[in-house]
Design a protein around this ligand. Structure first.
Ligand code: FE2
Length: 238
């Protein structure tokens, strides 16, 4: 880290200390033998300090930039309509959504755009704070079952499914945020466009719908989702 970067780290130390709770909580664990991915929240795994340094992300390849940003965007979206969250969460989630949606295209057109990288990381931090203080809903429930069962990357599944889940939950989105806006962004990303392109076999969809419908995340969704509705959603994304 150069002296300029070190100065930036010192200047934003307060922010970084606040970041510690969002950086690793909640975290996912995949049991490859059973094909199950679980989300856990445990203060014991939190780092004492998390440093968000945009300079170390400048050479992150476009696919990983897009996938990780879409995961962060999904955290903001799900925290924004979480039913049991503190009133602190929704405005922070909305700020995260705005920052990620405006900065991701700039990061993809020029990976060395430091301002855009910093904006994206700040958005990701705010999204992490949001979801650390809210329950995950249907979107993450689907991504976790699909990821555990198919091995597809979490960020790719987030990108493919987020517009579909947002359409399903459209009555609960923050004002000014639309599924079609996210779908338009997703269409520009260097990621698989559909579940079939991400290596998810069609035969997996019924078992994913069944598992997701029984999971606590479906129960936490702002709009109740039946197994049949979840299967329709998955087929639309396939
Ligand atoms: Fe996630």
């Amino acid at each position: 880290m150069g002296s300029a970067a070190a100065a930036r780290v010192r200047a934003s130390l307060g922010t970084m200390l606040a970041a510690e709770f969002s950086e690793v909580a909640p975290h996912g664990i995949t049991d490859r033998r059973s094909g199950r991915k679980q989300v856990q929240r445990d203060p014991a795994v939190l780092p004492a300090l998390a440093i968000y340094d945009p300079e170390v992300t400048l050479d992150l390849p476009a696919g990983q930039t897009a996938g990780t940003a879409m995961n962060a965007l999904a955290h903001g979206v799900e925290a924004g309509y979480a039913r049991d969250a503190s009133p602190l969460v929704a405005p922070v989630a909305l700020e995260a959504i705005h920052r990620i949606m405006r900065s991701l295209p700039a990061c993809l057109s020029n990976g060395h755009d430091l301002e855009a990288r910093e904006d994206l990381l700040t958005g990701a931090h705010l999204a992490g704070f949001s979801i650390a203080n809210a329950r995950m809903a249907l979107h993450h429930g689907l991504c976790h079952v699909l990821g555990g069962r198919s091995g597809a990357a979490h960020g790719t599944l987030n990108a493919v499914l987020l517009p579909h889940v947002m359409r399903f939950n459209s009555a609960f989105l923050p004002s000014g945020i639309s599924a079609e806006g996210v779908a338009a962004l997703v269409a520009t990303l260097p990621l698989p466009a559909r579940l079939r392109d991400a290596g998810v076999p069609a035969g997996l969809l019924p078992v994913v719908a069944s598992e997701a419908a029984a999971s606590p995340t479906a129960g936490a969704n702002p709009r109740p989702a039946s197994e049949a509705e979840i299967l329709d959603l998955l087929r639309a994304a396939w």
